[in-house]
Each structure stands twice: as C-alpha cells, then as structure tokens.
Design a protein around this ligand. Structure first.
Ligand SMILES: Cc1cc2nc3c(=O)[nH]c(=O)nc-3n(C[C@H](O)[C@H](O)[C@H](O)COP(=O)(O)OP(=O)(O)OC[C@H]3O[C@@H](n4cnc5c(N)ncnc54)[C@H](O)[C@@H]3O)c2cc1C
Length: 415
C-alpha cells in the first residue's frame, strides 16, 4: 500500500485524486485462519494489528457484523487520559496514552491525537481528598498528573464559573498530556495497517455461533458461512455476554446504553477537556467547534444505541451551572452506545474456560483511551497463550477470587 505523505497529497492534487488506493481491502472470508478476532472496533483492530506487528501472526480475520468502527469506537467522546488509581490500571492506560503519542506515525494515518490536557473537577471535599490521593498514586506510578487549585482551573478554562452556588469548583486533577483523538481515524488507521499486512477485515459478517471440539475452539459460524480457526479473540464490547454464551461460559458484564450529544458549532472557547463527576457531565470542543457533551449511563440494562430526551435534560442541567454559557447553545445531535460494565469498573483481558478462546471486554465507559494498550496486551495473550505483564491482573478469575481492581471513582462519569 502506498504511504500517505505530503508528497503523495501534492501528487494526487495534480492528478485529480485519481491515484489513491482503497484504504483497506474487502475480501470474501477464507475457510480457515490462524486467528479470528470478532469485532472490528478499535480494540479488535488494535489486537489484530499488534498480533501482526509484534508477534508475526498475519493469517488473521477480523469479523464485524456491521461496519468497522460503527460500535462504541465511532460513538465515544474521545477522551484520553491515564490518571487511574490502581497500579495495573495506571500501567495499561499509560502504555496506551504513550502509544497514542506516536500512533499517527506508527500507522501512517493521522489519528489527530491532541494532548490538550484533561481536568477532573473537584466540587466536594470528598473529591478533593480522592483526587489528591490519585495524584500521589500517579506520582509513584510514573504518570504525570497534578492536583491544581481553582484559580489555575479558571486560568486553563476561562469559561468555567468557579464560584457556583451549589457546587463551586474547589480544584481539579490535571493531566496535561491527556486529550482527545479522532475516533473514526483510530479505527480506520488500524484497519488500513491490518489490511496492508494481508489480514482480512470482513464487514457485514455476524458471528452466530462458536464451534468447539475436546474443550478447544475450532471456528465460528457466521452469516457468511463457517470459518475455522486455531485461536479466537472475542472483542465485542456491549455484546460480550452474547458471544460468551455462544462459547459456553458466562461473563460478569452488564450492557448499558451510554449517551452523548453535541451542540451547534461555535467559535473556539475551550481548549481543554473538563469532567465534572459530582454534577455528572463532561465537555470538550471538537475541531469543528461543536461542544461535545457526555453524561452517565442509563439506569437499566439494554442494547439500544439511541439517545433519550431525559438524558439531554439531565446532562445539560448538570453542566449549565459550571458552564453558564452553554444555556444559550442549541444541541445538534444525540446518540448512544452499548458499553460493557464490570462490577469493579476494570476491564477483562483473559483466557476463558474454552481452550484457544480469549476475551477482551469490560472497558465500560472508558475504553477509547485504552485501544492501543489493550490491543498490545490482548495480542500478547493470544500469541503466547498466557497474559503478559500488562494483562496479568485483568483475568476473569479475579471475580471468583475477590481480587477486584476498583476503579469506580476514576471511571464514574469520567470517561
Ligand atoms: C457515548 C459514549 C462516550 C464514550 N466516551 C469515551 C471517552 O470519552 N473516552 C474513552 O476512553 N472511552 C469512551 N467511551 C467508551 C469507548 O467508546 C469504548 O470502551 C470502546 O470504544 C470500546 O471499543 P471496542 O472496540 O471494544 O468496542 P466497539 O467499538 O463497540 O466494537 C465492537 C464491535 O463488535 C461488533 N460485534 C458485536 N457482536 C458481533 C458479532 N456477533 N459478530 C461480529 N461482530 C460483532 C460490533 O458491531 C462492534 O463494531 C464512550 C462510549 C460511549 C458509548
């Protein structure tokens, strides 16, 4: 595949853009692969990419029931940070954040990583204590964060009202190298690199069954026929429980709809990402000028990828005290994605009771930021059959053993 470069753009400009290759191929499924990944979201595509790049396994298919990146990867609000409390979480999220720094160069695809800084507002005494503790944990983990006071918050984000009547801004946990990236571009960049390595990305191909013999996976049944494989990676976010049932085991996962909305585009007014956990909302400004606004999950399990009116009302009501200027904005679009929540709000990257079958899920409301690190760790697990250091703590046996990795504070509304 031809490399994208400034010279390629100039050359194509002169010949009416007729010489570009397709970004990825559209092959028919082969009868057999060394490894099959179910789910062409960011995590599935990144797993395939690092299987090829780090472990030389390239006879790989990525099966997607819809279109690639059409799940949560293309629906999220793109916040990237690594300021988690527990050591295993900080390690995998920081690995991921650092891979994001050079992802555009690695993939030869501009993922528009923008390390503009992320702040999590402290609006109660409890949050001050929690975030100071996280800042100190992060210092020990080598993650660059700091606790800042309200004046610095106002300096970094002038549109914040720090003296709100009910929930004044008392400080914030600040990660200067956190930020955002373009979600579709992350999926597209990995897809293009996978296709370039000879892997097959097969869209409109729903996995409907998992075939097995003598306790090992032998392949999958799909809407485009049966396909055999030696190894199977289940990376389907909100549908993890459904796939696990096909493979014959249960996962401690609940599927919930998480919603977001964007406003009409306005002039640049905010060049950081702000999360307000107490009032339950967060906001950043997209490159187009829209205010990207997110809130919490629905209070009940469901598979509906849609928005609802009460969420707009609740989320905007929550944010308007801290950002009075948004009361004058018109909201443009709203949507939902099905997130996969574990009880301790940490992911599962694990072997399963079925030999050769591995699962990567439970990223819940905060897995976009984890895509490169998660793919790296899952590829290592699938290639070697055992988890490496990044994935070791995230086995599904932790729920039986009671070894929870509690991130409910770091991962509440804070994506
Ligand atoms: C509104 C919203 C805001 C969010 N904001 C953030 C944020 O700011 N920062 C952050 O870090 N994270 C955020 N997240 C979470 C993040 O989007 C997810 O954790 C992450 O994208 C999960 O990626 P994935 O690749 O695992 O899943 P997905 O992108 O959902 O991919 C899974 C794929 O599997 C496919 N699939 C399912 N079943 C089958 C089947 N049977 N056969 C074949 N394919 C199948 C689906 O079609 C889907 O494309 C947000 C999520 C939502 C919904």
């Amino acid at each position: 595949m031809k490399r994208y470069s400034v010279f390629a753009v100039a050359r194509e400009a002169l010949r009416h853009h007729l010489g570009w290759d397709r970004a990825w191929a559209d092959p028919a499924p082969k009868p057999r692969y060394d490894a099959i990944i179910v789910g062409a979201g960011g995590h599935g595509l990144a797993t395939a990419y690092y299987l090829g790049r780090n472990h030389g396994i390239r006879n790989v298919a990525i099966l997607e029931k819809g279109w690639l990146g059409g799940g949560n990867t293309g629906r999220n609000t793109t916040i990237i940070r690594s300021n988690y409390l527990q050591d295993p979480s900080a390690a995998i999220y920081e690995k991921s954040r650092s891979l994001y720094e050079t992802l555009s160069q690695d993939l030869n695809f501009n993922v528009m990583f923008s390390p503009r800084g992320v702040m999590m507002l402290a609006q109660t005494q409890h949050e001050i204590r929690g975030y100071k503790r996280t800042a100190q944990a992060n210092a020990l983990q080598g993650v660059d964060t700091e606790y800042i006071g309200p004046e610095r918050v106002k300096e970094l984000c002038p549109i914040i009202q720090i003296g709100g009547p009910r929930y004044p801004v008392l400080g914030a946990l600040w990660q200067a190298r956190g930020g955002t990236a373009r979600h579709d571009a992350v999926a597209w960049g990995y897809a293009r690199a996978c296709s370039d390595m000879g892997m097959d990305i097969i869209q409109q191909c729903e996995v409907t069954g998992v075939t097995q013999a003598d306790g090992r996976v032998t392949g999958v049944a799909t809407t485009r026929g049966d396909i055999a494989c030696d190894k199977l990676g289940i990376v389907v976010a909100g549908h993890s429980g459904v796939l696990a049932q096909m493979a014959g085991f249960r996962l401690p996962i609940e599927s919930l709809c998480l919603q977001a909305l964007v406003s009409e585009p306005i002039k640049p007014c905010m060049d950081v990402v702000v999360m307000a956990n107490t009032v339950h909302g967060y906001m950043s400004q997209s490159d187009k000028g829209e205010m990207v606004i997110g809130g919490g999950t629905d209070g009940f399990n469901n598979y509906t990828q849609r928005g609802s009116f009460h969420h707009i009302e609740e989320t905007v009501r929550a944010l308007v005290e801290t950002f009075p200027m948004i009361s004058r904005l018109k909201m443009l679009r709203q949507w939902g994605g099905i997130v996969d929540m574990t009880g301790d709000r940490s992911p599962i990257i694990s072997k399963t009771p079925l030999g050769g079958c591995f699962v990567n899920c439970g990223w819940g409301t905060g897995g976009f930021k984890a895509i490169p690190g998660s793919g790296w760790a899952m590829a290592e697990l699938m290639a070697k059959g055992e988890p490496g250091p990044l994935a070791a703590a995230f086995g599904m046996d932790r729920f039986r053993a009671g070894r929870f990795i509690d991130e409910s504070v770091a991962a509440g509304v804070a994506h």
